[in-house]
Design a protein around this ligand. Sequence first.
Ligand code: ZN
Length: 394
Amino acid sequence: MSLPESTLRLYYDDATLARFSATVTAVANDGRVVYLDRTALYPTSGGQPHDLGTLADVPIVDVVDEEAHVAHHLTEPLGLPVGAMVVGQVDMTRRVDHMQQHTAQHLLSALLTDEYGWPTVSVHFGDDYSTVDVACADGIDQDTLAHIEQRANALALGNHAVTVSYEDAATATGLRKASDRDGTLRIVTIEGLDRSACGGTHVAGTGEIGAILLRRAERTRGNTRIEFLAGYRAVRRARLDADLLARAARPLSAAPADLPVLVEQQQLRLTELERERKRLTSELAAYEAQSLWDRAPLVNDVRRIRHDTTGAVKDADPLVQQLLARGACVVLVTNMQSGGVLLAASPESGLDAGQTLRSALQSAGGRGGGSPRVAQGAVASPSALPALIAALGF
Ligand SMILES: [Zn+2]
């Protein structure tokens, strides 16, 4: 495959060009990878994700920057030979979204450096939100974040022109960050705010960024990372947040604005109720224990106490502890539906609950074990439980 010079990048001079015609200069991978003499499709580069769209109505899955050339990866073979003309279409919803996030990042980086003294360390454009890491070691509190957000939106509304120029690296001045490239630089200027060397796609005026939403800031490796969304994305996020708040407020029959106080009140109430529940459970266990103790038969001065439960046998632990504290006893807790079994023995009983239950379960085809005081397990089938109960002498 030999490719002529390089792909002419139409998006450099017109980020709004949605439809274009071009000539196929080479194909690879059975026609699934296509090279053109010119393209309006942006390849992943400079942190900005690639465009989507179609070539001759065949969907594009990826656009790759191969330095001199742009490779268009398609879902299926193009079916056209080298030399053929094709029409390319850019998915402009996705493109405009990228233009809004990218230009918002230029504006935020300029604002954070010039007004707060925090130069940008790195940026990331994500599917849900984007981030800008700034050299701010102490973190940014919510009030400051809200202030930055206000300033960013005021600058966006100022509708500063965003223009592209080509200047020689040796003579270009006033750049936000010195470029390490030689020769001609593509410089993106936000009138009165910023001059940066950049190959990405941007809106024509900051007003087109739309709303800028700063969601949160967190410290990360000596810097601070700010999460931001711009344009339609910010509006969609705000809509989602409003819906989430409305959903959270519905079961409380409250207005979203009352949620913080209500949720705190509910949390306190829950803690209070849980404390009360624990107290009542332990009180109930004491009554139940007394009743079981009084009714239990004495065998060789040891009470043999049988208790059946419909819950998990381990939940009978408060009751079991109450009984063990009363004196010489062996306690058997069963669940006839699940086949669960718990055996407990007080020190005065002379019985090792763990050993006794383990060997009884082995003969009954079950599993379990525990300490000399409390052991638990289950039979393989609940129908084996009566035989196990009899084997344990209850
Ligand atoms: Zn840029």
